[in-house]
Design a protein around this ligand. Structure first.
Ligand code: SF4
Length: 627
């Protein structure tokens, strides 16, 4: 009550109060005192971003389906709200019942992006939870991490009690059950952590010691309790088709990202781009059946009132039944004004054809990701698309009436030369000229616009590029300047990422446990919302590195020896190190590796060691109501 009154006073003075009110459509509120296990789903960024996260929608639904469990949402406050909360002593609270974070039994954070790490500390602090796992006592919640970044959890290991490696749907339920058992037994915190560590896919960092060589590299990560595994194997939901999926989403009252029905048509991608961590950690490919997706769409459209259905995955045009699925959904929903969107398309004319079929309104812009400017470099990164593919896709787009094309590239890729960077500008120019020629036939050449978006390459753990050096800041800036000079045509818009943000991302992505000290110091200096450029303060981060006596270049720029023990070697993604080394050597030789879905196993060993396989079921049989 007291807290509600305080909120009533605070909210009129902050931007977008709708971020903190809750009470949205389809919210689940349960009796706090009557529910045994209370699970906070904490998203380490603001509401506007976190509300679009599909993983948390699944977990929210899954946990709230259990009678004995409640799940509530918690988001990072924007800076104005944080200031007010600190001024008035208001703890960070859940949107459903406004309980403080510290009152939950389990607090889960999803680690989607390295630059959100200081937000985690800020949220723990605002929520009244001691920052380090070792400082927590029996009344404190257990802090759980999941998501892609936990494949190298070491830089944030001291702040977490445990991590879930891999798909979370099954583990989260096993964790809840272990928690209930532990509560009945009435043992100490270690008692629960030992139970959790026995669950496959759970990593309890406090149960492992890290030793270092004199040169600062990791010597070994060794269990310090008996019975815990040397390596923690990721969890894989083998049958995605029968895995639980929500029949309702919480519908926000303010604008958020991905505010629409999202259907996860498949999980995983085996195309094998060598820079891509998602392609490793979400392997194998598992598709949902068309009929399952139809039913999910029906339930979600009815329960949310959304007017757009998005078919999500890492590469939706690779879904084996994409054409019949699109036809099916269009036949059912177009007449009621419900549109379809395909956010991740392969770079080919087939995908443009699909996009054309689903497009009902204005053709605003199509996005392609050639990633590199020359064929040589595209072969190095195993991006199996040619210049002809790009030009064919662009031709199809302009012929279908699109005026604008966005092109995504990276600079700083391994073996890159200035010629490769020049190749980006040449490719963009070719696409522009093609557009002017084709659209010119309708007198619309002047409307053609090309956006060139260039990110700096960040080497990630568990990829064939996990050993490589990230190009130094000055070199990345030099390459950006080079492009800026070349991209002179006013019809080409050039955007780029800040290189200092990429450097920090590279440190946090491949850091060891000592980096936690830097994160803590940076947060103490006021760093938070680092993923928001207006709040990113590189100088403070550099001070934090200096005070912790760590060199950021040791983590970002140093090329690792193939024999070196990497800080994440005890986390088993299922893809063998031998395969990654082989892929790295093939990259250096400019040899491409095909997609194992279509051209046979390429030997990553996941299927053999984890007893899984690619499941392509999307195209199977016509669905009952197909028109
Ligand atoms: S083991 Fe073979 S088939 Fe299975 S994901 Fe790896 S490369 Fe593909």
């Amino acid at each position: 009550m007291q807290q509600d009154k305080l909120l009533d006073r605070i909210l009129p003075s902050v931007v977008k109060p709708g971020r903190y009110i809750g009470n949205e459509w389809n919210i689940v509120r349960k009796g706090w005192d009557k529910t045994e296990v209370k699970f906070a789903l904490a998203f380490p960024d603001i509401y506007d971003i976190g509300m679009g996260h599909l993983g948390y929608k699944i977990l929210y639904y899954l946990l709230n389906q259990r009678e004995d469990t409640l799940a509530e949402r918690v988001y990072a406050p924007w800076v104005d709200m944080e200031a007010k909360m600190r001024e008035h002593g208001l703890p960070l609270f859940s949107l459903e019942t406004r309980h403080a974070l510290s009152e939950f039994d389990l607090v889960g954070f999803t680690l989607q992006y390295e630059l959100s790490y200081t937000n985690i500390l800020n949220m723990l602090d605002l929520g009244g939870i001691p920052l380090r796992g070792a400082e927590r006592s029996i009344g404190d919640p257990f802090v759980v991490g999941g998501g892609p970044c936990v494949f190298n959890p070491e830089p944030v290991a001291p702040f977490f009690d445990l991590f879930v490696i891999g798909d979370g749907e099954e583990v989260v339920i096993e964790l809840v059950e272990a928690y209930r058992e532990w509560k009945l037994e009435g043992s100490d915190r270690e008692g629960f952590l030992l139970k959790a560590a026995a669950i496959p896919g759970v990593y309890v960092p406090g149960f492992y010691d890290v030793d270092y060589h004199a040169d600062g590299t990791v010597k070994a990560v060794t269990p310090n309790r008996s019975g815990v595994p040397d390596r923690i194997q990721k969890r894989v939901v083998k049958d995605l088709d029968t895995a639980v999926f929500p029949d309702q989403f919480v519908v926000p009252y303010i604008d958020v990202v991905h505010d629409r029905v999202m259907l996860e048509v498949m999980r995983g991608c085996t195309r094998g781009c060598r820079f891509c961590q998602a392609g490793v950690i979400y392997r194998p490919v598992r598709e949902r059946r068309r009929e399952t997706l139809r039913k999910q769409a029906e339930a979600l459209v009815a329960s949310t009132g959304y007017e757009e259905i998005s078919l999500t995955s890492l590469s939706t045009s690779d879904y084996s039944g994409i054409e019949p699925l699109v036809d099916d959904l269009l036949a059912s929903y177009r007449s009621c004004g419900i549109g379809l969107s395909l956010p991740s398309l392969r770079l080919d004319s087939f995908s443009v054809g699909l996009a054309d079929r689903i497009q009902s309104g204005r053709k605003t812009g199509l996005t392609f990701a050639p990633e590199a400017g020359t064929q040589r470099l595209r072969d190095v990164i195993n991006k199996n698309v040619s210049e002809d593919d790009l030009l064919a896709a662009a031709t199809a787009a302009f012929e279908a009436g699109w005026d604008a094309v966005k092109l995504y590239f990276m600079i700083g890729l391994p073996t890159e030369t200035l010629d490769d960077v020049t190749g980006i500008a040449e490719l963009a120019q070719k696409v522009l000229e093609l557009g002017r020629k084709i659209r010119g036939k309708e007198g619309k050449a002047g409307r053609v616009k090309i956006s060139v978006s260039v990110a700096s390459f960040v080497p990630k753990s568990h990829t064939p590029f996990q050993w490589v050096s990230q190009a130094p800041l000055e070199e990345l800036e030099r390459r950006q300047d080079h492009l800026r000079r070349l991209l002179r045509d006013r019809a080409i818009a050039f955007s780029w990422t800040y290189v200092d943000e990429s450097l920090l991302e590279a440190v946090l992505a491949r850091g060891d446990r000592r980096v936690a000290d830097v994160i803590l110091r940076a947060w103490q200096k006021g760093c938070r919302l680092d993923g928001w450029s207006e709040h990113f303060d590189f100088a403070k981060w550099m001070e934090a590195f200096a005070e912790a006596d760590l060199d950021p270049y040791f983590y970002s720029h140093r090329e690792r020896d193939l024999e070196e023990t990497l800080p994440w070697d005890h986390i088993d993604s299922g893809i063998s190190k031998r395969f990654l080394i082989r892929e790295w050597k093939r990259a250096l030789a400019g040899q491409v590796t095909p997609d194992c879905r279509f051209e046979g196993c390429t030997g990553c060993r996941l299927c053999q060691d984890f007893d899984v396989r690619n499941e392509l079921v999307g195209g199977e049989g016509p669905s009952e109501n197909q028109s």
